[in-house]
Design a protein around this ligand. Structure first.
Ligand code: SAM
Ligand code: CA
Length: 219
């Protein structure tokens, strides 16, 4: 893990030693991404492992990702899928997703991924019209925070009952609990957390891993 607001340093060092198992390809993608100014947007290694486990455990075959960046979480997802699995990957940035495409090809999973370069709400609405409600098993949301509730609502419709949504950054480095923090992203994440807390259509858990990952299972 990178620096953690949840773990004291000594425990973080220990956790890094015994809890992280990153493949050479994922480690190389992390190194390449670290050279970009926006490197902090990449998910943590332990979160990648967590997503891998969730996808394998749930037996998901059809997945959605909102927010690809350089492809770490999409690569994890595609590698965890069976060979006939499918990932609909949404982003708006052709430059960072070109890096993602390179790693998908190297891993031999490019054929499992459809990248849509357009605002994700547009892509999800088009997918609802095309494939219909209940047509997906798993969704990972990690794009602009202001649209989190809208992404969640679209993904909830796209998922079958029993399907799982994972949402990143729901602890926002602790800012959500600091009343002095009134910026747009922090307010959006607070609103999202309250939305899920009150949502009886799902079973849920806010897991304090990495920057906080909310899991919501459609009832
Ligand atoms: N999950 C990625 C990973 O594992 O490295 C990190 C995603 S990064 C935090 C957020 C991404 O959301 C950026 O690549 C950005 O281009 C994308 N994004 C921002 N606004 C978007 C929108 N309206 N529609 C689709 N993607 C968007
Ligand atoms: Ca994130």
């Amino acid at each position: 893990m990178s620096e953690s607001f949840l773990f004291p340093d000594q425990l973080a060092t220990y956790y890094n030693k015994v809890a992280i198992r990153e493949s050479p390809l994922l480690a190389r993608l992390r190194e390449e991404t670290a050279r970009l100014p926006a490197a902090r947007m990449q998910i943590a290694a332990e979160e990648g492992q967590f997503l891998d486990l969730l996808i394998r455990l749930s037996g998901a075959r059809r997945c959605i990702e909102v927010g690809v960046f350089t492809g770490y979480s999409s690569l994890v997802t595609a590698l965890a899928l069976p060979t006939d699995g499918h990932l609909l990957a949404c982003d708006i940035n052709p430059t960072t997703t070109a890096i993602a495409r390179r790693y998908w090809a190297e891993a031999g999973v490019a054929g499992r991924i459809r990248l849509e370069l357009a605002p994700a709400l547009q892509t999800l609405d088009a997918e609802l019209a095309k494939s219909g409600e209940g047509s997906y098993d798993f969704a990972f949301i990690d794009a602009d925070k202001i649209s989190y509730i809208d992404y969640y609502e679209r993904c909830l419709r796209l998922l079958r009952p029993g399907g799982l949504i994972a949402v990143d950054n729901t602890l926002w480095s602790g800012s959500v609990a600091d009343p002095r923090k009134r910026d747009t992203d922090t307010q959006a994440i607070r609103a999202f957390n309250e939305h899920v807390h009150a949502d009886r259509r799902v079973d849920f858990c806010l897991v304090p891993i990495a920057d906080g990952v909310t899991l919501a299972r459609k009832r």
